[in-house]
Design a binder for this molecule. Sequence first.
Ligand SMILES: Nc1ncnc2c1ncn2[C@@H]1O[C@H](COP(=O)(O)OP(=O)(O)OP(=O)(O)O)[C@@H](O)[C@H]1O
Length: 218
Amino acid sequence: MNSILEVKHLSFSVGEKEILKDISFKIQKGDFLTIKGPSGSGKSTLLKLLAAIMNPSAGEIIYKGKPLSEYEITDYRKEVSYSFQNAALFGTTVADNLMFPYEIRNEPFDRERAIALLDKVMLSKQYLDQKITELSGGEKQRVALIRNVLFTPEVLLLDEVTSALDAENRKVISEAILRLNRENKITVLWVTHNTDEINDAAKTIEMKEGRLEDVSHD
Ligand SMILES: Nc1ncnc2c1ncn2[C@@H]1O[C@H](COP(=O)(O)OP(=O)(O)OP(=O)(O)O)[C@@H](O)[C@H]1O
């Protein structure tokens, strides 16, 4: 089977400092992969390269059989969505944030879909009109997550999206992500320190000092 995403001999350096060293792995459509490893081992850097926020120093990323460098970046970003810790919300209300993906696509806001997704992260439809300054950290992170999946992406890249949250918020978000993977067949790559989340994942890769230390499969 063709892999949806393939990382081939990927390296990333800043000046003399080698942050990622010859990383290679493949993932299949629908996979759920967690990426773990000590602080500073290069996990976020790897995700930023996959999100096309930075460019590798060597090696390549192949998405659906074609090098990332050959994609129009806006097309790639529609399919490969990136969420990070403390994602910024903007505008005044939750609705401002959930309308944004429709605005950039020149499509009418699908209020029913927004409400259905709010429900997946345990927020009622009343939250649409809630001011973002009146949300808790966990609620902000939940809104940020669903903003990224209103238009179902092929791949969801998640960087420590639950690390700063309490157990209850972590559970709501990790269950929503698992459902998106199982029900919507979204391929998930998740950088996380939380072992409860890791136990649910089918595959884990571990990084150490910029290298891939271990790849375990179910
Ligand atoms: N632009 C940069 N310039 C210089 N050094 C950088 C740059 N970006 C990252 N680094 C360094 O590269 C190493 C890997 O950073 P990265 O953020 O990818 O690690 P991480 O595994 O995600 O860590 P954490 O778990 O703490 O978030 C760190 O030593 C970091 O200081």
